[in-house]
Design a binder for this molecule. Structure first.
Ligand code: HGY
Ligand code: MN
Ligand code: MN
Length: 421
């Protein structure tokens, strides 16, 4: 099959999408349901309709753009990723998987491919945890792994609920309707930047993802005794920030002591109240991200952090409140998909290796309802979630071509697709 990937068009569209950003920068910020997010969605919908796809959005804002196949009785082949971006981050995380999938579909249409199974592009709502503290909101609801009541009550830092905000954005209908039936999709493949250094270090073109790490997140609120920085003497203080600082170091120690090269633990958010130089912090809220590809090691780190928080707050006579935001199992990718991606890489004469994804993705939840895998392309120095995140037009175009060939192969299969790796 001779495919033409318009690398210039994909790069130009990535630049256009990056311009839908909040604030002065640096980098890209695009948070769910903000003006910039809604403008980006409108623009993307126009592109999908321009490519002859049938577009719909569900009750939480997941966007679907479908190319009808000949056999509507067979589960569609889905592909896609996210377009939301954490504050001051890069322009390739997620977007390569959305615009790259659109380009793959356009290239397949242009070369006369006729899919048996429909091919559907999905733009997932809120893959990043930025607004509601929980990542993969759209794919969790699609997979039915997040209780609708919990989702509706999720609040942003202004105290506004998902329910209010999605209605304001024009997404109505019951959240129950987001869940997809088993077999709705025959397979799901996500194109994404590696967000790690292995492909670049190894001089390898494509990563074929065989597993996705297990993320957990918790929020710890510390309540102490604050007051005037001059008048409140040291013995009378219950300094919430000093307690949080000891706990943050225990978070780091839990990963360093785990003995696992894949163990990571981060205190990424810390709010100090009241937040004045001459006022002793009376309350701190910290959000902690803990991961490993091995569930037992991941859970062991969570336990260590909880124990440390108990010890520190008891000794410092500070109150603690611990809230588990999520603790998800890892995902294993489907053998048939790994082989389909590897055949596509071999068809174009590129190099490949199997990889574990340390970042989580919507694929982590799509793997609950369909055979799933991911195609990784290198990113410069493995950098991501930073303004200097970068993949070259050539690397992106190669990833798109491998995705297109994988979609072509899977969309012609009339037999079931699957087989756990
Ligand atoms: O945090 C992650 O792994 C993803 O980039 N949201
Ligand atoms: Mn991300
Ligand atoms: Mn991502």
């Amino acid at each position: 099959m001779s495919l033409t990937i318009d690398a210039k068009r994909v790069s130009a569209e990535l630049e256009t999408l990056a311009a839908f950003t909040q604030g002065p920068g640096p980098g890209v910020t695009r948070v769910i349901y903000t003006k910039e997010d809604m403008e980006a969605r409108r623009w993307l919908k126009g592109l999908c309709e321009g490519a002859g796809l049938v577009v719909r959005e569900d009750a939480v804002g997941n966007l679907f753009a479908r190319w009808e196949g000949l056999r509507s009785d067979l589960g569609a082949i889905a592909t896609g990723s996210h377009t939301d971006a954490i504050p001051n981050s890069g322009m390739y995380d997620g977007t390569v998987g959305v615009l790259g999938a659109l380009e793959a579909i356009r290239a397949l249409k242009a070369c006369g491919h006729t899919p048996l199974r429909s091919i559907e592009l999905v733009m997932f709502t809120s893959e990043e945890p930025t607004r509601f503290g929980l990542g993969c909101l759209g794919s969790r609801l699609m997979a039915g792994t997040l209780a609708v009541g919990r989702a509706a009550a999720l609040k942003d830092k202004e105290g506004r609920t998902l329910e209010e905000l999605r209605a304001e954005a024009g997404f109505t209908g019951s959240l129950d309707s987001v869940k997809l039936a088993e077999g709705h999709y025959g397979a799901f493949v996500e194109l994404h930047i590696e967000q790690g250094p292995l492909l670049e270090l190894g001089g390898i073109d494509i990563g074929v993802v065989e597993a996705i790490a297990a993320p957990a997140a918790l929020r710890i609120t510390l309540n102490g005794i604050g007051g005037h920085a001059g008048a409140l003497l040291m013995p009378d203080r219950r300094d919430a920030l000093c307690a949080a600082s000891e706990i943050a170091l225990a978070v780091e120690k839990a990963a360093l002591d785990s003995g696992s090269p894949n163990a990571v633990a981060t205190t990424g958010l810390l709010h100090v109240y009241p937040g004045a130089i001459n006022s002793v912090p009376s309350r701190c809220t910290m959000e902690i991200d803990i991961r490993d590809t091995d569930l037992a090691i991941r859970d062991g780190m969570v336990e260590k952090v909880r124990d440390a928080a108990k010890e520190v707050t008891r000794r410092r006579e500070v109150e603690q409140e611990v809230e588990m935001l999520n603790a998800d199992p890892p995902a294993k990718c489907a053998d048939d998909l790994l082989k389909a991606i590897e055949s596509a890489v071999d068809e174009v004469g590129a190099t490949r290796r199997r990889l574990v994804s340390r970042a989580y993705h919507d694929s982590l939840f799509m793997a609950r309802i369909a055979p799933t895998s991911m195609i990784f392309i290198p990113c410069r120095k493995g950098v991501s979630h930073r303004p200097d995140e970068y993949s070259s037009p050539e690397q992106i175009a190669l990833g798109v071509e491998v995705l297109a060939r994988t979609l072509a192969r899977l969309s012609l299969k009339s037999t079931p697709i699957g087989g756990e790796a």
